[in-house]
Design a protein around this ligand. Sequence first.
Ligand code: HEM
Length: 432
Amino acid sequence: VSASDDRARTARTTRRGFLSAAAGVAGAVGVAAEASARTAPGALDGATGKDRVRLAFRGRFQNGVACPVQAHTYFAAFDLISEARADVAALMAVWTAAAERLTAGLPLDHGFVSPKASEPDSGEAAELPANRLTVTFGFGPTLFIKDEHDRYGLAARRPEAFIDLPKFVGDQLVPQRTGGDLCVQAQSDDPQAAFHAVRQLARLAEGVAVIRWVQSGFTPSYDAKITPRNLMGFKDGTLNLAAGDSKAMDRFVWVGEEGGPWMRNGTYMVVRPIRIALEHWDRMKLAFQEQTIGRHKASGAPIGAKDEFAPLDLEAKDKDGNGLIAENAHVRRAAPETNDGAQILRRSYTYDNGVSYVAERWPPWRQGMEFDAGLLFICFQRDPRTGFVKLFERMSKFDMMNQFVTHTGGGLFAIPGGAAPGRYIGQALLEA
Ligand code: HEM
């Protein structure tokens, strides 16, 4: 039996698995019924305790963009290994059906056949509530064109805004942690619920898509009124776009008619693992750290102010007439006022990949194990050209923070709109 025979057989088995699960899509109403039969009625939107809050999967928008940030994320990018558009469509159908069950806190049942797995669900989430699990799906630019090849006949449906991200100053992108044809973002207040979701989706993809890279992340969970701190020790998210402000969301985050029918109510996600040289940062005096960010560390207030939410006054001067917030402070470089009004919705997490050996080629020639940790930067925007690219083009050249951070991978993904009952994510793009 040749390798290609083997692949063909796997693809066929997979297809069969897809078909039975696609039937499940049509019977999606059953998920809600099954979920509430197992748990308290009304749990879908806000029960606590044993049910620990299930968030609705279906809707006008995909979830996992605008809902309050969960404590854990698990991001995975996939490469497609099938050249048939029907396989991609079948995969999205089965992924949609699976995500609906998983976000309802239900294990995958016999409707979901992974080609090589002995059981429909790997089991580690058996008694685990969903804990606000969301699963968000995206498409990479290489779904439309890869090595100048339009594998799926989709190039004509690629929106103008869905560019290839340019190379930025200082980028150190590792190919094995960059790009992907498809992506999945699973977020939950329980790390195992998030991991379990991605694991089941990866199993269902066998023969059609393989994992290219993953990154997990966490953020402190406490009172929602407290802005979480990142590993630099600063509050991160003080001046974020308000996800509850639907006017601002329509203007800056959700795609309108301009993206074609399949991107209506969608958005574009930029995800970038950014390593922070924590040991280097920790040697900097507090005043310098604060200058770098442009805010006070303890309070989060703009330099010179007391309150975290005091207006960010970029014109503020000290008694000698010098600007309080440095020209190259991060908050100045990131502010809409210095970027023609550009705004993005940030949803970043801290990441921790253990330690790795670092040897410097310049004084003081430090050598040794250092934390491989930083920020899994995630942002959403209606148009990456006027969002992330607009902000980061100048930031990557002038931001004082650049001495401490390195972008090591990532990508831009189109996040289609949500799926109505009986439909799957991306259907308007993938159906013939
Ligand atoms: C390791 C990397 C980064 C760290 C540690 C970091 C940290 C921070 C901190 C502490 C603030 C101030 C608090 C706040 O308003 O949220 C902030 C603000 C902000 N950052 Fe970053 N950031 C990083 C990367 C980026 C990148 C790559 C972008 C976008 C290209 C970005 C965009 C913004 C924006 C838009 C603001 C709010 C500015 C405003 O509206 O005034 N950040 N960041």
